[in-house]
Design a protein around this ligand. Structure first.
Ligand SMILES: [Zn+2]
Ligand SMILES: [Zn+2]
Ligand SMILES: [Zn+2]
Length: 295
């Protein structure tokens, strides 16, 4: 009789799950009366929550979240599976509203969390400690701030590690990090917000070669996407620029890429758009809600 070793069963494999794929304002976007959002208001199938990842260890039923977004209630619900999974901590990327304001739900008005570990870089931590209402979460011990250090691995348990790394972005209130999530077999890189690739000291093409899944800033498809507003003040790598930059990589490498953090104006959010078809033809994908990546 063959007895399968539970330590190696497939259901046991830890994974990352995509809990949201939109830019900070989600889609539909507050106040948007344009065609990009017109069909979304009344059709839940066409609504996209804000970029967020969950890390799941099915062996221990422990889960972690990367970023606490304005869509935290629904994202927590999907991740926790009605209490089957226990949230062990939240890793924050930076202090823009799509990435941390979901923490309000941990407060006494809602969940009344107890010592929930919240991992943050030094400026992000100081921001939370010294501004309301976040400082109350700290003083009432609803969240327990855990200091992260650039490039310093943070062990989640005996087979999962998270490594923050700083990236250039509009750092008004905090520094900005991406995360590398490393499991027993595979690694995933998550960079929801970054200025242009050339402003980063690392070569994104090397990062693709060195990791297995690459979930990166695809906020805007191309220049001119926001009419009547200069896009120089809100720099992101346009998807067209990223595709150009990755153009010489083999198809196997391109297939690791998922564009995420998509703005409501991004034509890639429409499955039938010519831009999306063009992107697919070139070998790239947009992240999908509930998509899983085995670690
Ligand atoms: Zn953002
Ligand atoms: Zn819109
Ligand atoms: Zn940002």
């Amino acid at each position: 009789m063959i007895v399968s070793n539970p330590a190696f069963s497939a259901e046991d494999t830890p994974y990352v799950i995509v809990l949201g794929i939109a830019q900070d304002g989600g889609a539909p976007h507050a106040g948007c009366t344009k065609a990009c959002c017109a069909e979304r208001w009344d059709d839940p199938e066409k609504q996209f929550s804000v970029s967020c990842l969950g890390i799941v260890d099915p062996r221990t039923n422990e889960v972690w979240m990367i970023d606490a977004t304005p869509d935290f209630p629904e994202q927590y619900h999907v991740l926790a599976q009605n209490g089957k999974h226990t949230l062990k901590g939240i890793f924050l990327t930076h202090a823009h509203i799509g990435h941390y304001t979901g923490l309000v739900h941990l407060g006494r008005e809602v969940m009344g969390a107890k010592s929930m570990p919240v991992y943050a870089m030094p400026r992000m931590r100081t921001f939370l400690e010294s501004n309301g209402p976040w400082d109350q979460l700290v003083s009432l011990d609803q969240i327990k701030l855990k200091l992260l250090e650039n490039e310093s691995p943070q062990a989640l348990n005996d087979r999962l590690t998270v490594i923050p790394f700083q990236v250039p972005h509009r750092d008004e209130y905090s520094e900005t990090v991406g995360y590398r999530v490393v499991g027993p077999s595979f690694s995933l890189v998550y960079i929801p917000d970054i200025d242009k690739w050339e402003r980063w000291e690392r070569d994104i093409n090397e990062v693709i070669l060195e990791n297995d899944y690459i979930l990166i800033d695809g906020t805007f498809f191309g220049d001119g996407e926001i009419p009547n507003r200069s896009m120089e003040g809100i720099p992101h790598p346009f998807i067209v620029e990223s595709m150009e930059r990755f153009g010489n990589l083999p198809g196997k490498e391109k297939s690791k890429v998922r564009f995420i953090h998509l703005n409501h104006t991004n034509p890639v959010l429409h499955s039938e758009s010519s831009e999306r078809k063009n992107m697919t033809l070139k070998g790239y994908k947009a992240a999908r809600r509930n998509e899983k990546f085995k670690l």
